[in-house]
Design a protein around this ligand. Sequence first.
Ligand SMILES: Cc1cc2nc3c(=O)[nH]c(=O)nc-3n(C[C@H](O)[C@H](O)[C@H](O)COP(=O)(O)OP(=O)(O)OC[C@H]3O[C@@H](n4cnc5c(N)ncnc54)[C@H](O)[C@@H]3O)c2cc1C
Length: 236
Amino acid sequence: MNVLIVHAHPEPQSFTAALRDQAVQTLQSNGHEVRVSDLYAMNWNPVASAEDFSLRENPEYLAYALEQRHNSKTQTLATDIRQELDKLLWADLLILNFPIYWFSTPAILKGWIDRVLVSGICYGGKRFYDQGGLRGKKALVTVTLGGREHMFGEGAIHGPLEDMLRPLLRGTLAYVGLEVLQPFVGWHVPYISAEARQAFLVSYGRRLESIESDEPIQYPRLGQFDDRLYPLAQRQ
Ligand SMILES: Cc1cc2nc3c(=O)[nH]c(=O)nc-3n(C[C@H](O)[C@H](O)[C@H](O)COP(=O)(O)OP(=O)(O)OC[C@H]3O[C@@H](n4cnc5c(N)ncnc54)[C@H](O)[C@@H]3O)c2cc1C
């Protein structure tokens, strides 16, 4: 498999970076080809703006997604976007590797999503979920957090982890057609022993050894809905 790891942590010696290195090592030694986008090291620009397009379809009014479509057709997207998009289209598996910031991704990674998941290529019209532009590829979210495992789940103080990650897992990755695997989570990372952190690295390596046979999370399929996207089942 071709694997793209998009890594977002400001500290090169962080535990999140150790997870990235573990992934590179395990995947390469299992015969996979791996590329890494280290967003802080690249000084990635996360801000979606008019500067992303060198040939505007409408110079009077910026409709960002429409310009994404137009500029992808005319090959006039900003170079940094095009380079990331090429890596994404090359990959069979996308790994997003980051610490949870406020129940979400660090802003630099959110900006990678905003700018690289280009309308017209990754989604558009009725090309989403199982019809999304990236169908056939897989995605894995690898996160570290301060919270403890028992704080997440039905009835737990923060609710289910899947709810916290819903905008990313469902609203982004599944939306563009990726088969989304169960996230890998490093719980309570800054507060546990070095040995416990090492155990996370070992279990992550084991998980990646057999990642090709992981079952994806189930999301809606467009065939379950009518032309106006009402559920077919409710009409009977
Ligand atoms: C803005 C912000 C918002 C946040 N929001 C949330 C939130 O909503 N929910 C939540 O739960 N948490 C939240 N956090 C906490 C954050 O998610 C965690 O602090 C982070 O995920 C910890 O991972 P890290 O890689 O930064 O750990 P680090 O602090 O980099 O590492 C922890 C320790 O691991 C050591 N280490 C490094 N490499 C190794 C190795 N190979 N083996 C063993 N040890 C190693 C480091 O030296 C360090 O001592 C937030 C933090 C910030 C800054």
